[in-house]
Design a protein around this ligand. Structure first.
Ligand code: M1P
Length: 251
């Protein structure tokens, strides 16, 4: 075993990656050199993506989903192995429609009072495993996303909103996670990225690479989970560099 816990003897290993900020620039396509590095890695280990994004967004960014053994959208509340669905749960089943409606109505009310540099459409996106809330609206262009991200760093729009929701709905056992540029995700406790680890009970080693590994980031829970050997990256280039260092097969 080397200093990174990498064992050259044949063991069952899965290497999981966050998508935005780890394999790609947020909401951008995966680059060819990253595909090449992952292909090399996949020649020795199974690889997977665990993302807060839903399947359709994830597919837009990775192109061919067959380049991965596991695709785990929505934090792994839905799971695909070699293109076949292996698992699915839903927030609707978990919380019930009455509670969901109370929560959604409140969030829409809060956002209706926010004054931001601009607003576009789709402020709440209801996904199978989470609710995504975007104060400027999800229909932003990339330039508008970048602008809001900068504005939010100064004005803490999402942090303040999350704090308010956390206090008001403290009895619902919800987790609030700021992972991307314009929005945050809301899901039941335990439905963070560490949820997907139940699919890998039979694996000897579970590696994880993510950029939002700090407390409050959406990679944090899987990052600190005792089942994983995890690494923080600062962007796709850093991910490639670290893959090559940790898994000697990669060129
Ligand atoms: O993967 C990180 C996040 O990416 C998107 O966030 P945003 O639109 O704010 O950049 C969303 O898909 C979000 O759900 C996800 O957690």
């Amino acid at each position: 075993m080397d200093k990174n816990g990498y064992n050259r003897m044949k063991q069952k290993t899965i290497v999981l990656f966050d998508l935005d900020g780890t394999l790609t620039v947020p909401r951008n396509m995966i680059k060819d050199d990253m595909k090449h590095t992952l292909k090399k890695l996949r020649s020795v280990h199974e690889i997977g993506i665990v993302s807060g994004s839903d399947l359709s967004k994830l597919k837009e960014q990775i192109g061919n989903e067959n380049n991965f053994d596991y695709i785990l959208p929505e934090n792994g509340i839905i799971g695909y192995k070699n293109g076949k669905q292996i698992f699915a749960n839903s927030i609707q089943k978990q919380l019930g429609d009455e509670t969901l409606q109370t929560f959604i109505n409140y969030a829409l009310g809060y956002m209706s009072k926010l004054i931001l540099p601009f607003k576009r459409g789709t402020f709440i996106e209801f996904r199978q495993g989470l609710i995504n809330i975007a104060p400027p609206g999800r229909n932003c262009s990339q330039a508008e996303r970048d602008e809001f991200e900068k504005y939010d760093k100064i004005h803490q729009v999402r942090t303040k909103f999350v704090e308010d929701l956390r206090q008001r709905f403290s009895d619902l056992g919800l987790v609030f996670s700021i992972g991307g540029q314009i929005s945050f995700d809301v899901f039941p406790k335990g439905w963070d990225k560490s949820f997907c680890l139940q699919h890998f009970d039979t694996y000897d080693h579970v590696y994880f690479f993510g950029d939002k590994t700090m407390e409050g980031g959406n990679d944090h829970e899987i990052f600190i989970h005792p089942r994983t050997k995890s690494f923080t990256v600062v962007g796709p280039e850093d991910t490639q560099k670290q893959i090559k260092e940790i898994f000697p097969v990669s060129p």
